[in-house]
Write a protein that binds this ligand. Sequence first.
Ligand code: GLU
Length: 515
Amino acid sequence: MTVVRTRIAPSPTGDPHVGTAYVALFNYCFAKQHGGQFLLRIEDTDQVRSTRESEEAILRSLRWLGLSWDEGPDVGGPHGPYRQSERSAIYRAHADELLEKGHAFRCFCDAHRLDTVRKAQIAANQTPGYDGQCRSIPAAESAARAAAGETHVVRMNVPREGVCEIDDLLRGRVEIEWIQVDMQVLLKSDGLPTYHLANVVDDHLMGITHVLRGEEWISSAPKHLLLYKYFGWEAPQLCHMPLLRNPDKSKLSKRKNPTSIVYYERMGFLPEALLNYLGMMAWSMPDEREKFNLEEMVANFDLTRVSLGGPVFDQAKLSWLNGRWIRESLTPAQFGERVAQWALNQDYLARITPLVQGRVERLSDLGAMTSFFFQGLIEVNAADLTVKGLDADGVRRALQWSSWRMEEVTPFTRDVLDRTLRETAELLGLKVKDYLRVLFVAFTGRPVATPLFETMELLGRDLCRARLRHAQVLLGLMTSKEEKKWKGELDAAVTAKAEAAAQAQAAAAATPAEG
Ligand code: GLU
């Protein structure tokens, strides 16, 4: 009997997402329940958006939750490397194989042509996709043009007739018409693979037998199954898990709910409680008990108990469960240890005390002065969220601009925050002092506190994001109309500033140097 092998294949393009942990948990349980193996592979084919910082945060967060993998970029294994950016030659060889067999073709179309085709298709009410023009280029001509250095991508051949049948472990038979499936690019013009090629080649070479992943990937399944067929490989069993939802049933997104695992860690959730809660998403114990640990979940796991109704990730329920873990599963000593690990430790204190030393008269002043370092969301008085010279909507807009600019701050350190937020004040046409005051209120609950940028660095991106959002909710979140307008205004302000800087530079260069 073949050994069950599952994997989680995160793309390191952002914060470690609770959705990644949820899918990882189910893959882990399924593999372990069958005495199999669980792998971790980093899918960093998107070279622009992938970062090592994100990869490290994902691995760290999954480990913090108590998950472990038998093979992966950090632990090695017989099927490595486990980072797709280190496997380019493998994908190129496989693309060549498909070209030779006539299952793929080189496409020399430029962006302008593709855009024209797309627009015409949309105008004619057709599904937009590649029209197949380069499919008819004779193989010898195609090879000669590539050899001569002409820019091209490699696309897969996709039938234009009939339906693709997908047997999903949870959904049963799903049918998708081939005409809906695009002739997917497999190799980009820089010779690097797209997700689809790399994912299929790796799942095969790494011996993956079952692919449990989010339901958003179901539309990719026809391309993947076709690739398995083209290569003459047996496809793994597919299982598309229901997506996590916000309480309003929309797809869980950081606009409405914190999605980063780091946020939950920073808020003081216990890893075992968060993992337990993720296990309750779409699944339940046979005896319906709500509190269970990883071992118990593995022992009782049964994929047929996964329900397809969108599981709601509810903060209040998670907090309730966390409270149970704290009260029922930790001894007083263990609780003390957890609190210390969380924030009451020497390292964290050593970074906070220098910020207040110049202002205390008694050591006991410290508690009140630094309480916001040890809180999650803080109490903010809406009346304090004002900015000199701005009306209420102006303040809402300023906070939203701050939120967008803050997402660009990398790394989330004092210096980068200082630069970015001062610039934001300038873009808003505000005095730095007046602008920072409202940020003090949003992040610390008071108009004067420890130095703002250091404080933000210590609180971390996730808590800052949540506190800013909390302040925005108090004043009324933006409407979609405002979002469009404000984003346009911010982009215009950024462009105008860049142009002014370029002009100033040109003028300086044109002025003869003195002396
Ligand atoms: N890299 C994909 C992701 O980020 C993996 C999807 C899959 O599991 O096939 O979710």
